[in-house]
Write a protein that binds this ligand. Structure first.
Ligand code: SAM
Length: 351
């Protein structure tokens, strides 16, 4: 009997985590790496993944159903091209670290009801910001795996306008500094982040061959100044971690660091003015509650208002490569404006 539409939709949501857990189990037990060199029988895959044969059979079959593996007529399992490219550690396009972070976030997400009732996170941020070294490395490098896919496209969205210096506040692995330096000739970058993060940043920057153009600085974005005479201050995927008060304070120091014609770039996932879309950002808002004390998703208008209060008199809103993300370009005066008349909130829109 076919389920009615409403029940089908609800069961898809309620069963949704079964798929996620099968993916996490396969990554955590090394299924895709075991098959990276070629197809294997269940016996050999079970041995390679240190699983009882019956468990391996269940997991491998589920992965076939999820279209992560194929099974041949003689019963050998192999990675699909997507799994080989994205889920094996040796692949240049691997996102296994990012998947492991999502697997780890299953726990705080499991506490989201508690977080909602208490209005408090269920996991302390210090764990993923250095206290647990392995978690911090997975968090920072996992974000790099995920964000580096769209970073170059983001850097291509706005013109260099003669910018020679970029300060990347909370820059993590340096993903966006690397992308901007790759796009803008002669640009030099500085990544400001917590001391535990910077060895990872240095590694990523060196791998990108940009150690001579991107340096790192240990700093605390709650208290530190971000420099002076800077052409671009970038805040990418940072402000959703913070309350409006903290975000405003960070934006004020970003504004203070600018050269006369400088720009503050705020990049991240935003809610539209209904607050009910995009779906990803409405869920990101729950994630921010569970994971970041004070964190929240902002509407574009809320962020534009914070930027204006920080002294950025002109804000251009640009659609970022990810559907739920925007790039807000704040300037003092009309530098960087696309020349369109401002909307009710004073911002300019560019699709
Ligand atoms: C979600 S990540 C974004 C990383 C990077 N900007 C990107 O878009 O990929 C947030 C970053 O903020 C950094 N961070 C958190 N608290 C900080 C603080 N008090 N001072 C400086 N950086 C901080 C974290 O270490 C992390 O690298």
């Amino acid at each position: 009997m076919a389920l009615d539409l409403g029940m089908a939709q609800i069961s898809q949501m309620a069963f949704g985590y079964w798929q996620a857990q099968a993916l996490f189990a396969a990554v955590r037990t090394g299924v895709f790496d075991a098959l990276a060199g070629g197809s294997l029988t269940v016996e050999k895959a079970a041995a390679a993944c240190a699983l009882p044969e019956d468990s391996a059979l269940r997991l491998l079959d589920a992965c076939v159903a999820l279209r992560l593996l194929t099974r041949s007529a003689d019963g050998e399992y192999a990675n699909t091209p997507h799994a080989q490219r994205l889920l094996t550690e040796g692949s240049a396009e691997s996102v296994t670290r990012w998947v492991k972070v999502m697997a780890r976030w299953y726990e705080p997400w499991g506490g989201v009801t508690q977080a909602l009732q208490d209005g408090q996170p269920v996991e302390e941020r210090r764990l993923r910001l250095g206290d647990d070294e392995e978690y911090a490395a997975d968090f920072i490098l996992g974000m790099h795996e995920y964000n580096s896919r769209s970073a170059t496209a983001l850097a291509q969205l706005i013109p260099q306008q003669g910018a020679g210096t970029l300060v990347d506040v909370g820059g993590g692995a340096g993903t966006y500094s690397i992308a901007f330096c790759g796009q803008w000739p002669g640009l030099t970058g500085e990544v400001i982040d917590l001391p535990a993060v910077l060895p990872l940043t240095e590694r990523t920057v060196a791998r990108a061959g940009l150690a001579d153009r991107i340096r790192v600085r240990a700093g605390d974005y709650y208290t530190d100044r971000f420099g002076s005479g800077v052409d671009v201050v970038l805040l990418s995927n940072v402000l959703h971690q913070e309350s409006p008060e903290a975000a405003l304070d960070i934006l004020r120091r970003a504004r203070e660091a600018l050269s006369e014609s400088g720009r503050v770039l705020v990049h991240g996932h935003f809610l539209d003015e209904t607050r009910t879309a995009p779906l990803f950002t409405t869920l990101h808002n729950l994630s921010a509650l569970a994971l970041w004390d004070g964190g929240r998703s902002y509407t574009v208008a809320e962020m534009v208002e914070l930027m204006r209060r920080a002294g950025l008199t002109d804000v251009e809103v640009v659609q970022a490569p990810e559907a739920s993300a925007k790039l807000l370009v704040g300037t003092v005066g009309t530098v960087g404006s696309v020349g369109t008349p401002p909307g009710a909130d004073g911002s300019h829109e560019r699709a």
